[in-house]
Design a protein around this ligand. Structure first.
Ligand SMILES: C[S@@+](CC[C@H](N)C(=O)[O-])C[C@H]1O[C@@H](n2cnc3c(N)ncnc32)[C@H](O)[C@@H]1O
Length: 244
């Protein structure tokens, strides 16, 4: 995908901290609890960015996970920071793993960035064992009919790919998943936006800075506002024999 990757900007971590998403590890921790994950699980962190969740899962729960991400820059950072862990440079649309290998896949603020969401979900389904869980935390549009207004901007941020939740659930079902949990977590996005305005002066300035002035931050923010962005946690299960 062409354009500017806001999430590769070091300035983004001034507001997001170690992770590159709203809420830090709060939803990661909740998902660990809801999925009943333990050190016996084999986890994939899809779109792991700088590897923060891979580190968190191991340091906090002794859960080993593999991180995968197409960004050489972010994966390079992850490898330097967390030498104990495995990181792979590749894309979610074609996962270099055997079928039925993982018991859980985390996709934290990454499905919104997939060039081909259907292919990424099919691949995720393939690499999960029966009964395995997909944890999605991501942004969605409360006004999905306005999302096309974001497409002309050469900006790669998860907010550019705001989900339509009805469509996402339908695609998950068609892929073979059963959605077992869904929670609106828009407060975490609001919290991050307030923090961003305190740090950068305005959302528009944040987009200017993190995109390296690749987009007009003010126009981008206006287009975003029309979509009414929200944030959610969803857990979907691959139907089949439970992997206990
Ligand atoms: C907003 S960042 C989130 C990173 C990390 N999950 C976190 O929360 O800290 C989005 C990540 O998705 C990755 N990404 C973009 N396109 C992808 C693709 N096709 N397959 C897998 N990851 C992708 C980006 O490189 C980036 O690291």
């Amino acid at each position: 995908m062409g354009g500017c990757n806001a999430y590769e900007s070091k300035r983004m971590t001034e507001v997001t901290g170690e992770t590159l998403r709203p809420g830090g590890f709060r939803l990661t921790e909740k998902a660990v609890r809801l999925c009943g994950l333990s050190s016996g699980d084999t986890v994939l962190d899809l779109g792991c960015g700088r590897g923060a969740t891979v580190n968190y899962l191991y340091k906090t729960h002794r859960i080993r996970s593999i991180g995968i991400d197409p960004s050489e820059k972010l994966i390079g950072d992850a490898r330097k920071r967390y030498e104990f862990a495995d990181f792979v440079t590749d894309r979610g649309e074609k996962l270099p793993f055997q079928s039925e290998h993982f018991t859980c896949v985390f996709a934290e603020c990454t499905l919104s960035l997939m060039e081909d969401l259907n292919a990424a979900l099919k691949e995720t389904f393939r690499v999960l064992k029966g009964g395995g869980k997909l944890v999605v935390t991501d942004v969605y549009a409360k006004n999905p009919q306005e999302v096309d207004g974001l497409h002309p901007f050469a900006m790669n941020s998860c907010l550019r790919g705001l989900h339509d939740l009805t469509k996402l659930e339908k695609t998950l079902r068609e892929t073979g998943f059963a959605v077992s949990y869904r929670e609106d977590c828009s407060d975490l996005l609001k919290e991050l936006m307030v923090q961003t305005v305190f740090t950068f002066g305005s959302m528009a300035e944040f987009w200017n800075v993190t995109s390296g002035n690749c987009v007009d931050g003010w126009r981008y923010q206006e287009a975003l506002k029309k979509c009414k962005p929200g944030y959610f946690l969803m857990i979907a299960e691959k139907e089949g024999t439970s992997c206990g």
